[in-house]
Ligand binder design. Structure first.
Ligand SMILES: [Zn+2]
Length: 161
């Protein structure tokens, strides 16, 4: 609702490293990424590689996507993303619904529900809750198949929910 004031400060995108407090350098990901065919640009901690923190930017802009992360947090975000994406890749829900669910478990507005914004603790939360939801859907799917097979035997008559 208060998005308007964000645009005022012009080029104030360069973040400070949240790990060591250093300033960051805006540079190509070449040399950091194993491969950089799209010429991705990053903000990299000035103390890189001693401090392993960076964040990529939106294509064609200097706007960072999310919050700077070190190696551990990047790995956690990757894990969280892979799991989370299963929710809509397996067609358990639409992508929009999945992000609405993400915003609800994080307690943040829908527009702020992005894996790139997650902290380590939030990643762990998303991983745990996504696993639960996926296994619920997996077993729900199996249950309804079983119910269908056993139709008429009364075996699962109390399974309604
Ligand atoms: Zn740093």
């Amino acid at each position: 609702m208060k998005n308007k004031k964000k645009r005022k400060g012009v080029i104030n995108y360069a973040p400070r490293c949240p790990y060591c407090g250093s300033t960051t350098v805006y540079r190509s990901a070449t040399g950091i990424y194993a491969d950089n065919p799209d010429n991705v640009m990053l903000y990299v901690c000035k103390r890189y590689p001693v401090c392993d923190a960076y964040i990529r930017t939106q294509k064609g802009t200097a706007i960072p996507i999310g919050v700077m992360a070190n190696g551990k947090l990047r790995a956690l975000r990757t894990d969280a993303h892979k799991l989370f994406d299963q929710l809509y890749l397996k067609h358990y829900m639409s992508k929009n619904t999945a992000y609405a669910w993400l915003s609800s478990i994080l307690g943040v507005p829908y527009k702020k529900a992005h894996i790139g914004l997650l902290s380590e603790i939030q990643c762990e939360l998303v991983i745990r809750e996504t696993k639960k939801l996926l296994s619920w859907h997996d077993s729900h799917k199996n249950n309804s198949q079983r119910r269908f097979k056993n139709y008429g035997t009364d075996a699962n008559a109390d399974a309604g929910c």
